[in-house]
Design a protein around this ligand. Structure first.
Ligand code: SF4
Length: 242
């Protein structure tokens, strides 16, 4: 059974087209800018079987026709790889395209099996600098970078996401390291720069969690453009997402 935090039926940002996005509960990261901190704790949420997910997807199909699919996000969906695997298989068998939005920390055999039934992957890169990554997320960045290398080696369809946080992830040196990393990926497709905003603040307040980015402003288009300009000296296909 999947442990599901919630789902969204008209999502347009989670590739490709209009999506049913299923947010799974539990994450091993503690990103300071997390917009969905309520998905982080490992607590019991709504239980859904693969058949429940298929039924939900089939209901949406009436509205969206053939060209759409299902994205699993979170939280970290691959923490639930055992339950995700039969769900992904069932969805593909029924003609749906599947996508996983992940921090890329896990690359077990079960995760690799999930990826075989995943059409699109949205891996996050949080920070190239290992110490800053540790400070930002609580964990190392070696696993997420290996995950992206693995996707690339398998020639999966993937788009990297990177949140631009003023002073935290937009230092010129860090962006240059990111660009150099992207250049090592023979099948690199695109990177999307996401603005940092403070939407997670009120959720953290409700949870009684301190907001660790107090005093950090939402990223401006000028800051995003600056990061884009540096990255485009390394790779093409750098996009800013609203
Ligand atoms: S990986 Fe995603 S869900 Fe997990 S803490 Fe970071 S932003 Fe939140």
């Amino acid at each position: 059974m999947l442990n599901v935090h919630s789902y969204e039926t008209f999502a347009t940002q989670d590739w490709p087209g209009i999506r049913l996005v299923i947010f799974l509960q539990w994450c091993l990261f503690r990103c300071k800018y997390c917009q969905n901190p309520d998905t982080i704790p490992s607590v019991d949420a709504k239980k859904m079987s693969p058949e429940d997910v298929l039924t939900l997807a089939l209901k949406q199909k009436e509205y969206f026709g053939e060209k759409w699919g299902i994205t699993f996000s979170g939280g970290e969906p691959l923490l639930q790889a055992a339950a995700l695997l039969p769900t992904l298989k069932l969805l593909q068998e029924n003609g749906f395209n599947t996508c996983i939005d992940t921090n890329g920390y896990l690359l077990t055999d079960e995760v690799k099996a999930c990826l075989r039934y995943t059409d699109y992957v949205l891996p996050d890169i949080k920070q190239l600098n290992p110490e800053k990554h540790q400070q930002l997320t609580g964990l190392d960045n070696q696993h997420p970078l290996d995950f992206v290398r693995y996707l690339d080696s398998q020639q999966k369809m993937y788009r990297i996401r990177y949140v631009v946080v003023p002073w935290i992830t937009d230092e010129e040196e860090d962006i240059k390291q990111l660009g150099a990393f992207l250049q090592t990926l023979p099948h690199f497709q695109r990177i999307e720069l996401l603005p940092y905003h403070r939407l997670g603040r009120s959720k953290r307040d409700k949870m009684g969690w301190e907001y660790p980015l107090e005093g950090v402003h939402a990223s401006t288009i000028t800051e995003l453009d600056k990061v884009k300009k540096i990255l485009t000296t390394y790779v093409d296909k750098v996009f800013i997402r609203g």
